[in-house]
Design a protein around this ligand. Structure first.
Ligand SMILES: O=P(O)(O)OC[C@H]1O[C@H](O[C@H]2O[C@H](CO)[C@@H](O)[C@H](O)[C@H]2O)[C@H](O)[C@@H](O)[C@@H]1O
Length: 725
């Protein structure tokens, strides 16, 4: 910042972005400083206006302003291709030589990643000009659906925050993603997770609040006391500029933006004059130059750079093992670039299609390149790690198709819960005959170890295991997440039989080079299955407990440390419609709740309130209403027809925000559990507490699995021996 003391101005300004003087006038600028001359010149008379605008600029200080207004808002660069000329323009040559100093983050992607050197990357993204193209109307600076999908995807893998000049709620309306953090008003309006040890936790302007998802958060608004002043300045500026055609004043709560994008350049001095006249009475406010915008903000030692430091600390990302990357296009983003450069941590990436002095390390030309960069980050992460959970059943389809970049209801719900498609191809293996469909099964049938088995049942079991693993391995190659393999349902009541089977399958997976971290083993939630899960999890093997229809099963599964717990919402509802005598189901119905949805809610709250590591999956979701009622649960398995409908229904920004997170760690804390519910479950308590609903549904589920297995074995029996054996 530099204090313009030579003109007794009370106004502090940020440095002019290019190396031009702010005090002298550059040639070609309108001589507006001469009293009485500016608005009587023909130049100004050409501008249509209702009333005469202020007739003179009585202070040469404004000349420095104009310089800055021009240099921070260079005209749109004409590309040679725009002009239909097939040569490299002078501007392009200049850009390319500038880019030698600030190389493209896309072409330098490998270098950026290798410099990360195993560190965790945290992303900070500016909004206007970075995630959304600059447009004439600031109220319509929407980001594209493709960009929203890119940000949503990148945020799945890297902690991501949006740091904008706009108020937090406004930028949230544009972005509409719940899994990113937001800092608005150049960092003067931040919400972050509560971290007691933060030095700033005791700052009077750092208060505890509850966010939209019901989570306790810090709300840090260091310029709180300026709100009335900003409001006053906003009203004065509206009044002052009302006759300046095209000028627009925006109240950003802790700062005011005066836009001159739509003002004839010849009238820019009038804009400068209006702002100057208002600002001179407010020594505690300063001026900053953005892209065709004059921003008035409080003189406090706070900016986007400080906001990044704040977020790094509150998100527990301040360690040396974290590499922050900040992407932004405007002068205010320079504060963030500077912090990263000076602290020798991470990189700034400037979004600019023209050469510009910057503290960033790399560059991107425009938001479309930003999107490319974000997508590269996701591709890179997906290729190096299997972190997400897109596919559960070993026989499921390609979950990655759900990642399609659409602004649909699917986008909206996906920001709350991970939606997993439920396609069970081999449940219906007669319609999808393996002979036609899978080399996986042919390979299993050709397995010499198997066909050398004399005992037909051992031979069958061998084929079966091989086929499962072959298909699982194929899926593991197709999807980036974990693949869940069902453990033979005949073993549902045999803890050690399950453990042995999982070990066998793991060995086979190991033979085909699928590592254990890519796998889940799906086990029915009998007491014996839950015990097997406990043993396997203690060895670091991930289990997926299925057929959960009651709270005792869910609680025991969480206590066993199951990685995933799967509840079947619709099946419980169906049972309740046709049966009675189950106290847990009846208690839910009496309260007016759906028993399936109630069980998911209670289990989610139980897991979160008690700090269990399990993730919760809702299955047998029958319609969209079920899905909306469960937003916030970790995974929702949805039938393809629901996915299709979600994908085909377009949501408009306002509707999107009406989607409400139903389950959140915050609301889990408020849920009351009885002592009995919180007890340590053992086999006797478990068996006694399980009602007829769960017993019958579990039995039916097992029967279904056993039937499937029998049919598949029968099928193998029929095609054995294959002609070439
Ligand atoms: O920090 P940011 O997220 O980049 O916000 C900075 C300012 O962005 C908006 O103005 C800019 O974008 C408008 C829409 O494209 C454009 O019309 C304007 O000329 C740009 O300056 C926003 O309206 C400002 O309040 C923000 O301060």
């Amino acid at each position: 910042m530099d204090l313009k003391s030579n003109h007794n101005s009370p106004v502090l300004t940020d440095p002019v972005p290019l190396n031009k003087s702010r005090l002298g006038m550059t040639s070609g600028l309108i001589p507006y400083s001469s009293p009485g001359q500016a608005f009587s010149s023909g130049i100004f008379l050409t501008v249509p206006r209702r009333k005469p605008i202020p007739s003179k600029l009585d202070d040469v200080r404004a000349s420095g302003w104009l310089d800055a207004m021009k240099s921070s808002s260079p005209p749109r660069k004409k590309l040679s291709k725009d002009l239909g000329i097939d040569f490299v323009s002078e501007e392009e040559v200049a850009y390319r030589s500038w880019a030698l100093k600030y190389p493209s983050a896309i072409t330098s992607f490998e270098q950026i990643i290798s410099n990360a050197n195993g560190k965790r990357i945290a992303l900070f993204l500016d909004y206007d000009g970075t995630l959304a193209n600059i447009v004439v109307d600031p109220e319509r600076a929407f980001m594209t659906n493709a960009m929203r999908a890119a940000v949503r995807n990148v945020a799945k893998y890297f902690p991501t925050a949006i740091v904008s000049g706009r108020p937090r709620d406004k930028v949230y309306k544009f972005v509409g993603l719940t899994d990113v953090h937001y800092a608005g008003c150049h960092g003067m309006d931040i919400v972050s997770p509560v971290r007691e040890t933060m030095s700033i936790a005791n700052h009077p302007n750092c208060i505890r609040s509850i966010d939209k998802q019901g989570k306790e958060v810090f709300l840090f608004q260091p310029a709180n006391e300026f709100i009335p002043m900003i409001d006053e300045v906003f009203r004065s500026l509206i009044e002052k500029t009302k006759d300046v055609e095209g000028a627009k004043v925006e109240n950003n709560k802790f700062c005011v933006s005066v836009h001159y994008r739509n003002v004839d350049e010849k009238v820019w001095p009038a804009v400068a004059q209006c702002v100057h006249e208002v600002l001179k009475d407010y020594p505690r406010l300063r001026l900053n130059y953005g892209r065709k915008v004059l921003e008035i903000r409080p003189i406090i030692d706070w900016n986007k750079g400080k906001a990044v430091e704040f977020l790094l600390e509150s998100l527990e990302l301040e360690s040396e093992d974290v590499l922050p990357i900040y992407i932004g296009d405007d002068n205010t983003d320079e504060d963030a670039f500077k912090v990263l450069r000076e602290k020798n941590r991470g990189y700034g990436i400037l979004v600019s299609s023209f050469p510009k002095e910057t503290n960033a390390f790399y560059s991107l030309r425009d938001p479309s390149e930003v999107m490319e960069f974000l997508k590269s980050m996701v591709r890179w992460k997906k290729s190096t790690a299997a972190l997400s959970f897109p596919s559960l059943r070993v026989f499921s389809g390609k979950a990655s198709s759900v990642d399609a970049e659409l602004s649909t209801e699917l986008d909206a719900v996906s920001s709350f819960s991970e939606i997993v498609p439920d396609t069970v191809v081999f449940d219906d293996f007669e319609r999808f005959p393996p002979t036609a469909a899978t080399s996986a099964i042919e390979t299993a049938l050709a397995d010499s170890e198997c066909y050398e088995q004399k005992d037909p049942s051992l031979r069958l079991s061998c084929f079966f295991n091989r086929a499962l693993v072959n298909v699982g391995a194929d899926l593991a190659r197709l999807v980036p997440g974990r693949v869940s393999t069902e453990v033979d349902a005949h073993l549902a009541y045999d803890t050690h039989g399950i453990v042995r089977k999982v070990h066998e399958l793991l060995k086979l997976y190991n033979d085909v080079e699928v590592p254990a971290e890519r796998l889940l083993f799906k086990i029915p939630s009998t007491w014996q299955g839950i015990e097997a899960s406990r043993l396997l999890e203690s060895e670091g093997i991930q289990t997926h407990l299925t057929f959960v229809y009651s709270f005792p099963q869910a609680a025991a599964a969480a206590q066993a440390g199951a990685s995933v717990i799967q509840i079947f919402v619709g099946r419980l509802r169906d049972w309740a419609r046709n049966h009675s005598g189950d106290s847990e189901i009846e208690a839910a119905v009496k309260k007016g709740d759906d028993p399936g949805l109630a069980l998911v809610t209670k289990t989610y709250n139980y897991i979160h309130k008690n700090g269990y590591k399990s993730k919760l999956m809702a299955a047998a979701v029958r319609n969209k209403q079920d899905l909306f009622s469960l937003l916030g649960v970790d995974y929702i398995i949805a039938p393809l027809k629901i996915l299709q409908s979600l994908k085909e229904s377009i949501t408009y920004p306002d509707e999107k925000y009406s989607y409400v997170r139903r389950l959140s760690p915050g609301s889990a804390m408020a849920y009351h559990f009885t002592e009995e519910e919180l007890q340590k479950w053992d086999q006797i308590k478990f068996t006694t507490a399980m009602g007829p609903g769960a017993e019958q549904l579990l039995a039916a589920g097992l029967e279904g699995y056993v039937n499937q297995t029998n049919r598949l074995e029968e099928f193998f029996g029929k095609i054995w021996p294959p002609p070439n054996v």
